[in-house]
Design a protein. Sequence first.
Length: 290
Amino acid sequence: MTGFALALVLTAATLHASFNLLAKRAGAADSTAFVWLGTLVSVAAFAPFAIGIVIIQKPVITAVTLLFIAVSGTFHVSYCLTLQRAYKIGDLSLVYPIARGTGPLLATLGAIIILGERPSMLAISGIGLLALGIFQVAGVGRRREARGWAAYLAAASALLPAIFTAAYTIWDKYCMGILMVPPVFYLWFNQVVRVFILAPYALRRRTQIREVWRQYRKEAIGVGIMSPAGYVLILFALTVAPVSHVAPAREISILIAAILGKRLLAEGEAGHRLLGAAAMTIGLICLALG
């Protein structure tokens, strides 16, 4: 991975951990309403950039192009909904590492099987460290009485967004390789698709939408800006580096999120989770270097 690609990925990781902090703070909100509002903010904020790029670069956009992006949108909206619901029952320092750390394992496996990529022994060692870190964060092997069923339920619920992370990472890598559309337009139309998918829910529940906006306006705006901004950087990185390097390296956000959970949210089990996050971070570095 080049220094330029690494800089893109590290910046994206910081943005990703930060918007998840805001999402956790809105954990008590109606999940679908909050995701819809954040996505609506994204569409509005990035529309001028997407339209400007289309006017200047004049990319070839066909019905097949829009269909491929629409499939990506379904993966992304599924990820957002399952992650937001996981935050209803779990800490940031528990849900986030599992949701983000399991994704690279699945994405790397998918890259090997589907895209034909071949990781080195160093990368395989990184996979092992990632797995150990995930077990540490989840508290596998610790006394059940010390953790409670809610923590195990939260850990299990975090696996769903991980699956969708792997799915959209592989799909977006494939699309960016064959569609040749600007990343900003790709993500913006992706967001438009998400708005339409969730629109029926929003139209039926206007009262909940207004209430969530009243209580969590700042969080929705923060998520709406930082989430797509970070992923645009990832899409750019995917154009200059293989998915088996980009997907793991971006997960440095795991350690960032664990620190944010401890420092800003005063979450418990900080020692165990930070240790697990550190192991996952080292594993991710091995994957990136491999």
